[in-house]
Design a protein. Structure first.
Length: 253
């Protein structure tokens, strides 16, 4: 995979492989990213740094807090966020119009505490029974949380579930609540559940209940290294990174 990624970076930067290690064009790229993209990103960044000579400095933030920080005037070179939120930042003038690059998409998954009974979630009806039987339910403040509010209403069980629901604080993985026994069953982006210790991942939502969130990167209006940030975004979106994303619970964008 390393040689393919090296060639991908060279093609994106428009240079030959032998000049990638040159330090004359090396820059520091400041990135602020949603936690949902973290695991795939962390595996890919060393390859980009090694091939390009650029240094990438990253802050990982929950989507809600990331939006607050951007609206409050925080700057970066590259912003990675759910596509709808990134579009909002473009409209607000925080992210450069036309700079959006779709990186990956992630569905919502389900987890219980390690060793706990594993409810059937294979169909919409089975999921409904599992929700009604659960003593407590956790979901996030991000895109998956918004989806669940609407889903519970469509299923006609929103009122019954309301006393059971615990919404994770911004930036707190739902999997942590599940692992600590604070909720019996938890829902969040698959990519955010998979790395959590102490839980059993049951699988994605049934197809008819599933919602995929596209995560995208955009150049911040105050970027100090916009060209390097653009190269990083294109690298993260390149076909050679697809398998890493799949391994981390995401799909190519």
């Amino acid at each position: 995979m390393g040689n393919r990624l090296l060639r991908a970076v060279a093609a994106i930067l428009g240079v030959g492989i032998l000049v990638l290690a040159g330090s004359a064009l090396a820059e520091e790229i400041r990135v602020i990213s949603s936690n949902a993209f973290r695991q795939a990103y962390l595996q890919l960044i060393p390859e980009f740094e090694s091939a390009s000579g650029h240094k990438v400095v990253t802050s990982f933030v929950g989507g809600v807090d990331l939006m607050k920080r951007m609206k409050a005037g925080e700057s970066a070179d590259l912003v990675i966020l759910a596509g709808g939120s990134l579009d909002e930042l473009i409209q607000l003038g925080k992210v450069v119009p036309g700079s959006r690059v779709d990186l990956a998409r992630s569905g919502v998954g389900v987890a219980v505490r390690a060793g706990a009974p594993r409810p059937d979630i294979s169909s919409a009806d089975a999921l409904k029974r599992a929700l009604l039987a659960a003593t407590s339910i956790g979901y996030s403040t991000g895109a998956s949380g918004t989806h669940f509010v609407r889903m519970f209403e469509r299923m006609g069980i929103a009122d019954e579930l309301k006393p059971k629901i615990k919404q994770a604080a911004p930036g707190v993985p739902v999997g942590d609540l599940v692992a600590r026994g604070e909720v019996e069953i938890g829902f969040q982006q698959v990519s955010e559940l998979l790395p959590v210790a102490g839980i059993d991942f049951l699988g994605p939502l049934p197809p008819q209940m599933q919602q995929f969130t596209v995560f995208a990167g955009g150049i911040h209006a105050g970027a100090k290294a916009p060209a390097a940030a653009r190269a990083l975004a294109l690298f993260l979106a390149s076909p050679d990174t697809a398998q890493v994303k799949r391994n981390k619970g995401m799909e190519p964008g």
